[in-house]
Design a binder for this molecule. Sequence first.
Ligand SMILES: [Zn+2]
Length: 496
Amino acid sequence: MSTFEQLKTEAQRIADVKYAAAVLNWDMEINMPANGVEARSRQLATLSGIAFEMGTSEKFSNLLQAAKDDASLDALQKRNVELLWSDFQKAKKFSQEFVEEMSMTVSQTFAAWEHAKKANDFSLYAPQLEKMIALKRKQAEIIGYEKHPYDALLDDYEPGMTAAVLDEYFNTVRSGLKPLLEKIKAQPQVDNSCLHQHFDRQQQWDYSIAILKQMGYDFGAGRQDISTHPFTTNFAATDVRVTTRINENDMTDCLFSAIHEGGHALYEQGLLTGNYGLPLGEAASLSVHESQSRLWENNVGRALPFWKYNFEIAQKTFPAQFSAISQHTLYKAINRVEPSFIRTQADELTYHFHIMIRFDIEKALMEGTLNVTDLKNYWNEQYQKYLGITPADDATGILQDVHWSHGLLGYFPTYSLGSAYAAQYYRQAEQDIPGLNDLIAKGDNAPLLTWLREKIHVHGRFYNSQDLCEKVTGEKLNFNHFLKYAEDKYSGIYGF
Ligand SMILES: [Zn+2]
């Protein structure tokens, strides 16, 4: 067996353990009874400990070294080895105790968050969150950083990204979006009452399944379930699962959660199976991941061509609710812009402010300039400052997101970046695929999916997000493409 084949075999064995843990995680959120949390936390900690042991072992180190020294590798193998090597160098910085402590803390913090959210009481969550933040600060010190402890965490999700670059990015977002939001605010508000009627649970579920199929999501390699917070998880490109949630008084929650997670899942299903367990079989970064979900959710799912095809289907599915309205009424309703409390339900413009607030908070938590005990007040003040609204309770405010309970700090900014990438990629797809919007208007999403597969999915981690964007669109991330898209779209909807 060649040096690369030997390395690949071991990397895949490590991946087997990690994905087995991912299955347990999925089960924890979908099926597990409440009393199972303690045993499950233990099982997850053990598995992540085993994966860590294997991934930092002398055996793996020797296999890596041999492959690194092998001059006969082709370009793809070489890139796999490079990325495995840098992952290995990073992993080696952590002790096994730290990894197991993190896994255990994640399980406990998630349980505390769920409990507190149900009870609508942040104080039930705060002590556990405090432990998590302390551990994340410890993690940043272990990884090391040049300027800001937050940079160390960002690197996990968005290689090369820094707090300083994000400060600048969010300045552009703020100054670009503010005038647009002012123009929208000056116009009469769009009527979205058609969305806020009673919608049957089963009908909503069936509709979301049909839309996933239309997008090209392969149910032979996936399934959809219900969870508190919609997510996508994968155990191989041939087993990629999504979740959604159903709100009987707003059909957009289930529909757009399904489209969004479906976009994530199409990316994972599009990774090359031959690269299972290797970096080139993994997504490039979280912002690239989010570019895929946002592209399907916003640039496709909230645009006119999609509804030219789907309006009739929606009318047939929900005749009592939609038979008396026009296609344009529904299109405008699903694109209503209005400051709101819940990030996942926010329109695509004010959404960026939800992210900016979380970015500021995370940065301050990592600096130690903000304490968990002050978090709720700070959160409410920021919402008042940027969106002009104050959450009435904890569940619709500080407790709404699952991320911090999973230890995912540095993750939120990738949502905003993903939205910007999505606009830039969609613009490129329009140029590359003749009549793209006409095809979508006929319900034919296959050419777009093929384009995404060829341009983005098949590369795995070969390129980082910035280089991939430049390769596909000819330039680095440029927020002006999002602004142009937003200007064109919302001037039509709000009539300015
Ligand atoms: Zn997403």
